[in-house]
Design a protein around this ligand. Structure first.
Ligand SMILES: [Cu+2]
Length: 264
């Protein structure tokens, strides 16, 4: 009986691996449309190593069930404390973990390095349950905002202080509409009006929490024009599911026209 169980267990492992591989081989992440290829590499390396360990341990378990089943007259061997074995599995596991760690640190360093000086600046402010997009205008400086000035009735969702000279040329988009030029680095300044949200662009491998009271910046370069989803990746309330925006990546020479058309 145990022989059969071992065989079935090994077979189930192989079937699972084959089915999962076939299922995810075509598309297991949304197609990458930014310069953040390092994230995909990091995920692939982690999946490959943990996947191989998963397959090896399961097949070993199946083999042991098949090989060492109970039988008349069979006695179990018993021993404890094998310092050499324990050192080996501790050090090998630690080495693999250090590999992951250094890989992740290199990736983190890449993502956190200073943006190019010519990067475009845009602000995204999360609120329950929408994204507010603002461009600083020609002066490159965002006008002052104040929570006391928030006035949804007059479409002043972020509380822009219109008496601030820097606010005069700020461009506030219709909610949930973000336009970016293709091929140019962009700095996104992420804030929140209420609770913690998370600005998530699945196709661009960008995910950054929006923290109340903080402005956090992240930067990336959109590589392919098209329309994409902006999601909120932090469960932020009952309307979290409908907190979706659209990112439109357009050719640089059509950018101003696209923003102007969206504002009409
Ligand atoms: Cu949210």
């Amino acid at each position: 009986m145990a022989k059969l169980q071992g065989l079935l267990f090994g077979l189930a492992t192989l079937v699972l691996v084959v089915v999962a591989t076939a299922f995810f081989a075509k598309e297991w992440l949304p197609p990458l449309k930014s310069d953040r290829i390092a994230i995909d590499h990091g995920i692939a390396v982690t999946l490959l190593v943990t996947g191989l360990v998963f397959i090896a341990t399961n097949l070993l378990l199946a083999f042991f069930a098949w090989r060492y089943q109970d039988a008349p007259g069979a006695t179990a061997a018993y021993w404890h404390h094998n310092a050499k074995l324990e050192w080996i599995w501790t050090l090998v596991t630690a080495a693999i973990m250090f590999g992951f760690l250094f890989n992740a640190l290199a990736m983190w360093g890449q993502l956190q390095k200073a943006p190019p000086a010519d990067a475009m600046l845009v602000e995204v402010v999360g609120q329950q349950f929408a994204w507010n997009v603002r461009y600083p205008g020609k002066d490159g400086i965002f006008g002052r905002t104040d929570a006391k000035l928030v006035d949804p009735g007059n479409l002043n969702f972020i509380g822009l202080d219109k008496t601030d000279p820097n606010a005069a040329d700020d461009v506030i988009m219709p909610q949930n509409q973000l336009y970016l030029p293709e091929g140019l680095p962009v700095r996104v300044r992420i804030r929140s009006l209420d609770v913690i949200h998370s600005f998530f662009l699945p196709n661009f491998r960008v995910k950054q929490d929006a923290m109340p009271g903080m402005a956090v910046e992240t930067w990336f370069t959109p590589k392919v024009a098209g329309d994409y989803e902006i999601a909120c990746a932090e469960h932020c309330g009952l309307g979290h599911y409908r907190m979706r925006g659209q990112l439109h990546v357009v050719k640089p020479d059509g950018f101003d026209a696209a923003v102007a058309a969206a504002l009409e």
